[in-house]
Design a binder for this molecule. Sequence first.
Ligand code: NAD
Length: 469
Amino acid sequence: MAPVKVTKICCIGAGYVGGPTCAVIALKCPHIQVTIVDLNKARVDAWNSPDFKLPIYEPGLVEVVREARGRNLFFSTDVDKGIEEANLIFVSVNTPTKKSGVGAGFAADLNYVEAATRRIANVATSSKIVVEKSTVPCRTAESMRTILEANSKPGCRFDILSNPEFLAEGTAISDLFKPDRVLIGSLQTPGGRDACQSLAAVYANWVPKEQILTVGLWSSELSKLAANAMLAQRISSINALSAICEATGANIDEVANAIGYDSRIGPKFLKASVGFGGSCFQKDILNLVYLSESLHLPEVAAYWRQVVEMNEHQKRRFAKRVVDTMFSTITGKRIAVLGFAFKADTGDTRESAAITLIRDFQSEKAYVNVYDPQVEDEQIWQDLQEASPLVPLDQIKKQVTICPSAMEACMNAEAVVIATEWKEFLDIDWEQVYKRMNKPAFVFDGRLLIDAERLRKIGFQVTTIGRPN
Ligand code: NAD
């Protein structure tokens, strides 16, 4: 049997990964029909909106969709038709951390992966290559294969691949255009190897061949968890060092620069901050913790768990510094929180440090003004409600005000907290902000974004992370 030529792709899941990834495949492969399907009608409608008000914000995404949509890129709620037509199907559904039940708080909730897999098995009347795009625990492909084979129609053959996505939100399009590597895992069987070649041929339309890595199925699944765990571990390491800097008078920028010169360490991902957020780092490490515990490797589990605990500590430590610096009480004081997304250049708020900070400020009875250039108001209310489920939304709305600009958020505040590293905060007229704030005017830079010396010259009391005050 020769590798199948991929002509029609279906992607199940039109989220932060499925949408951009398959839009770029469509752009780079005009000969392939790409249909991205999702059960969420509002999301699909937004992908199809005539004025390109897409459901997610990513620099460069609108341009990609504008060029490919209607040509060979389609968005639909008709999941069954998408499955039936395609000869290669990406499963790019959400795999959140389980909220309840066995492994709650750690294990991945594979309910969506299983539902999508069953749908494929029930609908397909011809053979398909099924590609795990979602981040999943090691050996999930085995469960998917069992489900597909147990429910397949006669003559239908399913080959399963793992093709984890390494894009980072905020730079998704440039990451997809020029990935460090594309990883494809397959079973080491003739069918597995052929399927692997079919998918590799799709990526080879724009990714250099030497950057397309082909490995075993389980190695591929584990590599995704491992990559995120190691990235998060680096952040927790630099944040742990930032605490030592604050206590000793060492400067975290100088330390990061000095260690980054070591070619074995390298300079990237060494910026101290209020802590990492996003839908992936915490969830994937907890997944690794759960996997390690299931494999009776408690010391390994404890090692990775500490990365998450350090991150939580960093957020709490920062909130405590805000309170301590403001004379140990923020009751009745107004704090401007600039940024609500978990990082710049995205509207995604999942696990954002801003949520934890605002919840802590609320519980200290402070008033909070919040501003973010991309996050919708509804999302902010939803996140704050989820963070404080016992507090009625009316009460939250009495304490928190969503502002239309950074300047308005800072008006009459006693402190400004930078929670997201949006570049536009660099252009704020800080002299004006200072004039409009109550004195002493505090700035807490949780992202090491602003030139602290410049602000101090204006009159602000500036607290940053890992630097002498
Ligand atoms: P998301 O929540 O933004 O999107 C998932 C989509 O799948 C949702 O729109 C949901 O409606 C849809 N869906 C769920 N079940 C479905 C079904 N049975 N049929 C049709 N549609 C269905 O999630 P995401 O951020 O795109 O993440 C998807 C996967 O990719 C996750 O496993 C995640 O861990 C992984 N990942 C995410 C990132 C990231 O930066 N967000 C990066 C790499 C990998």
